[in-house]
Design a protein around this ligand. Structure first.
Ligand SMILES: [Zn+2]
Length: 239
């Protein structure tokens, strides 16, 4: 199965690209490259559309990594009977409004990791809201203090930059691994990191904004007890 080049890993602000269909099933296509994010790491999949050379346009309503082959991405079309033959060139467009909300919230999740000391046991990035589960003792998170800390990091408009490291670089720099709030996965050869300058560094394949100021003001919602050592912190956009 041919791999799909994930253009969003290099530039999460691309809203359109050209591509070629490499494989198709009724209502599904795979492309040689795409700007549409495949659901993973708690971030919802992108929506968008593809346009054929004859002008026909089909909405893309889901994007998922192929079972057993995460380097290949299937895009699901709204018309589930449509078959578009391989090698057809297409123009891919992104539902930018949806994605930008997800990018802002996803970046906010990294700031949340920077503010709470404790290991992460789960998380989700949704439209307008997100949550992270932290393995920390009861009552160890102060909601008002967290609210102030998060919004201060947003106001500082800190650069957030993706970069790649090889596994051998990690092996040679144990201090780099120690600074990460989540330990890096192994086996893929190279690992994508998100570096929020002097604030948070962790392995992540998601889409993020370039500066924390783009997130906009946040509200810390409920802090729920999910088991003896598990606190679920909910955040949402202030407006
Ligand atoms: Zn991320």
């Amino acid at each position: 199965m041919t791999a799909t080049t994930k253009l969003y890993e290099e530039d999460s602000y691309l809203r359109e690209c050209s591509a070629e269909i490499t494989d198709s099933q009724p209502g599904k296509i795979r492309l040689n490259q795409t700007i549409l994010y495949a659901e993973s790491g708690g971030q919802l999949p992108d929506h968008g559309a593809i346009t054929l050379p004859n002008g026909d346009t089909f909405n893309v309503v889901d994007s998922q990594k192929a079972p057993g082959n995460p380097s290949a991405i299937w895009h699901t079309l709204e018309n589930d009977q449509q078959i578009i033959p391989p090698q057809t060139p297409v123009t891919v467009t992104l539902d930018w409004e949806r994605r930008y909300q997800l990018m802002r919230m996803h970046t906010a999740m990294h700031l949340l990791c920077a503010c709470v000391t404790g290991s992460v046991t789960g998380g989700a990035v949704n439209i307008g809201r997100g949550r992270i589960d932290f393995n920390v003792p009861p009552d160890s998170i102060n909601k008002e203090k967290l609210h102030a800390q998060l919004n201060a990091l947003i106001e500082q408009n800190i650069p957030a930059t993706p970069r790649w490291v090889s596994e051998s670089e990690l092996d040679n720099n144990p201090s780099l691994v120690r600074t990460m709030s989540v330990s890096p996965p192994r086996g893929a050869g190279r690992i994508r990191l998100l570096d929020i300058a002097d604030t948070d560094l962790q392995p992540c394949g998601g889409t993020h904004v370039k500066h924390t100021g783009e997130i906009g003001a946040l509200v810390v919602g409920k802090i729920e007890n999910k088991g003896r050592q598990n606190r679920r912190v909910n955040i949402r956009f202030a407006e």
